[in-house]
Design a protein around this ligand. Structure first.
Ligand SMILES: Nc1ncnc2c1ncn2[C@@H]1O[C@H](COP(=O)(O)OP(=O)(O)OP(=O)(O)O)[C@@H](O)[C@H]1O
Length: 240
């Protein structure tokens, strides 16, 4: 089926007993688009990522990738189909060289030429010059870029990032944001970005979805979301 959307989440609900972590969530993402997901703590942003990756079973609704319903597939099958997430350092084997890690991840993804795939990813993220270093000797910002590199092997269609800027300096955040924007245009990767740094979210997102108590309360381009009265009241406050 041909569709304009890389991702469609339709009426997605995840309930934990009486807790409605998500309820009736609708979300779309076009090719090469960055969509920021924002909302107060506990609003359901991480649960949305878990629902899309297949880490959590849906109570209701469905998730479509390029028009295909992937709701019944497990996380590994979804990754093979191009749905990738970054895991924030947990994926890093500290004693292995940067290139070896990325090549291994690419091999696990079944890439025919995992060396070439690894080199392309490292080049794109400005990590090629650090290829021979072991991960534990990298600076924090570089480790986060390596984490992103591992999520990019196999050329995913959709990349989901949960607070990628956490713990980074302003300069490191700026660099990472620049890399994300470059990726979306050069590699045509679509990005779902959960991030508390509002300057980053409003600076690089094409669209923003705002959550509150497991529901979408606003969705649109950054300017319209920023001026939405309900969003300002619920989340952004006078700082917006
Ligand atoms: N395994 C679970 N069992 C029960 N409730 C859960 C579980 N996981 C999440 N929740 C609840 O679901 C709701 C949404 O949580 P979630 O972590 O998705 O929010 P969030 O927007 O990502 O928050 P934060 O910005 O603090 O990371 C919260 O009320 C949370 O307590």
């Amino acid at each position: 089926m041909t569709t304009a959307y890389v991702l469609q989440a339709e009426d997605v609900a995840i309930h934990y007993g009486g807790v409605k972590a998500l309820d009736g969530v609708e979300l779309t993402l076009k090719k090469g688009q960055i969509r920021g997901l924002i909302g107060p703590n506990g609003a359901g942003k991480s649960t949305v990522i878990d629902a899309i990756t297949g880490r959590r079973r849906l109570t209701r609704g469905r998730v479509l990738l390029d028009g295909e319903d992937v709701s019944a597939l497990g996380a590994v099958e979804r990754r093979q189909r191009g749905l990738s997430r970054s895991f924030q350092r947990t994926s890093i084997f500290s004693g292995m060289t940067v290139r070896r890690q990325v090549e291994l991840a690419s091999h696990q993804m079944g890439m025919a030429d995992s060396g070439a795939d690894a080199d392309a990813v490292l080049e794109e993220l400005d990590l090629a010059r650090l290829s021979c270093m072991v991960a534990e000797d990298l600076g924090y910002g570089e480790q986060r870029r390596l984490d992103l590199a591992l999520a990019l092997v196999g050329r995913p269609k959709l990349l989901m990032l949960d607070e990628p800027m956490a713990g980074l300096s302003v300069k490191e955040s700026h660099d990472l944001a620049r890399h994300l924007q470059a990726l979306t245009s050069r590699w045509e990767v679509s990005v779902l970005l959960v991030e508390h740094d509002m300057d980053v979210v409003f600076g690089i997102s094409d669209a923003i979805t705002v959550f509150e108590l497991g529901r979408v309360i606003a969705s649109g381009d950054p300017a319209s979301v920023r001026s939405d009265a309900r969003v300002r009241e619920a989340y952004l406050g006078s700082a917006a």
